[in-house]
Design a binder for this molecule. Structure first.
Ligand code: MN
Length: 423
């Protein structure tokens, strides 16, 4: 399938007509509103809805808003309606209503280079899982030793902690190095100051579209249908703060200062051809967690790092979402099993995605093995952890036949820590 928008047909673009990810954009002084990405263009859905070319059965417009939540809350039927209409309008030869309307096209199609992207949805809550087995093992070895690496619950429960929705930010937002308490190796007492072991975590973020009521658990199939789509997610982590604070209640300040997501939400529908199965179970799971089909996705992922002033970025890791032990539907089912209400706009991090090989790890903690094996970057610099001015970028795509379902990028640059006050 091709689009009449030529830039969508290159095979290289992240945004062919098979993708149609949703985001929120604005130009200059305009109000932010919903859009899809197509080739090198942003298609204004508020303009299409106003022109009567896009209708999802709601009683009032849903796309002329600064967040996708109203659309996401309509559920799978509305998501499918929108995808069918947008595919017809953008595919070559189907519905000429947009292609032949030069006036509407001039208003509704905006070059991506002219668009400012915003946080695509209002983040209701943020939960971060820990479902990558290689990552959990690597971190366990470093924090507790190889004999206690994988916690005893890990093969039974997709374990997680409740994170902060308030500091989820869109790609491109600069991040300040956090202040906090830490206890350097070999010291008798903790110290206070800027984190010295600042890190990234490469993750996929699941975006919940349809809610479940408090006290009403869902099946894995029901959970699967509640998922609107996915974003790239960088769970920035201060390892020294984490190591000192994490027992017994889990990460707190070490991960509360920022979580970056990519601006485009790639829908579960666009990723359907790339479904794949979770690995064989080492322990049989409880029935409530059993999948009825392939519910994980084959998504290629990579991390690049670029120091301030460096001529080019260095790719420091390549991995794949299919390495996860638990699927997003299993994670969502488990999240709701005790009676927790999941809301439209909930964001669930997959957990760090590390492949089995050393160059497939999803964090600097693992890539440099706790700082013991610095990374060599293009241009001659080396890194144990992130320095001020470093720019970290995540990319991801599902590789189709002649096209790819891409996520764009999730990037952020680290700024110096805040001025210390007269405490
Ligand atoms: Mn994480």
């Amino acid at each position: 399938m091709k689009s009449w928008i030529e830039s969508a047909n290159t095979g290289e673009t992240d945004f062919p007509v098979q993708n149609l990810p949703y985001g929120v954009f604005s130009r200059a002084d305009e109000a932010p509103r919903c859009a899809v990405a197509i080739g090198d263009q942003v298609l204004d859905l508020a303009a299409l809805e106003a022109a009567g070319l896009l209708s999802v059965g709601a009683s009032e417009p849903v796309f002329d808003r600064p967040a996708l939540n109203a659309f996401m809350a309509l559920g799978l039927g509305a998501w499918d309606m929108a995808r069918i209409q947008l595919t017809n309008l953008l595919a070559d030869g189907d519905d000429p209503a947009l292609k032949d309307d030069a006036d509407l096209g001039a208003r509704a199609l905006v070059p991506m280079a002219d668009a400012t992207m915003h946080l695509p949805f209002e983040v209701s809550g943020y939960t971060d899982f820990y479902s990558g087995r290689q990552h959990a093992y690597n971190v366990g070895v470093m924090f507790r030793g190889p004999e206690n690496a994988l916690p005893p619950n890990w093969l039974h429960i997709p374990i997680a902690y409740n994170g902060r929705a308030s500091t989820v930010v869109v790609s491109g937002t600069d991040i300040r190095r956090p202040l906090g308490q830490m206890k350097p190796h070999g010291e008798d007492a903790p110290i206070f100051g800027p984190s010295r072991r600042l890190d990234i975590e490469l993750e996929m973020g699941m975006v919940v579209g349809s809610p479940n009521a408090m006290g009403e658990p869902v099946t894995v199939d029901e959970a699967d249908a509640m998922i609107f789509g996915f974003v790239l997610l960088n769970d920035w982590s201060a390892r020294d703060i984490q190591a000192w604070e994490y027992q017994p209640l889990g990460p707190f300040q070490a991960k509360a200062f920022a979580t970056s997501i990519s601006p485009w939400v790639v829908t579960a529908a666009a990723l359907a051809p790339f479904r794949t199965s979770t690995p064989e179970r080492e322990h049989e799971l409880f029935p409530y967690l059993r999948e009825t089909g392939p519910m994980l996705y084959d998504i290629e992922l990579e991390i690049t790092m670029q120091p301030e002033g460096a001529a080019k970025a260095t790719t420091i890791s390549r991995t794949n979402y299919k390495n996860m032990y638990y699927s997003p539907a299993q994670q969502l089912t488990h999240h709701a099993i005790g009676g927790c209400a999941m809301n439209t706009g909930d964001l669930l991090g997959s957990g760090t995605i590390s492949g089995p090989e050393k160059d497939q790890y999803g964090s600097l903690l693992e890539l440099t093995w706790g700082g013991k094996e610095p990374l060599a970057l293009e241009g001659g610099e080396t890194r144990k952890f992130i320095e001020n001015g470093d720019r970290l970028t995540l990319k991801g795509w599902a590789q189709g036949d002649g096209h790819r379902i891409g996520f764009g990028e999730c990037t952020g640059t680290i700024l110096p820590s805040p001025e210390q006050k007269d405490w």
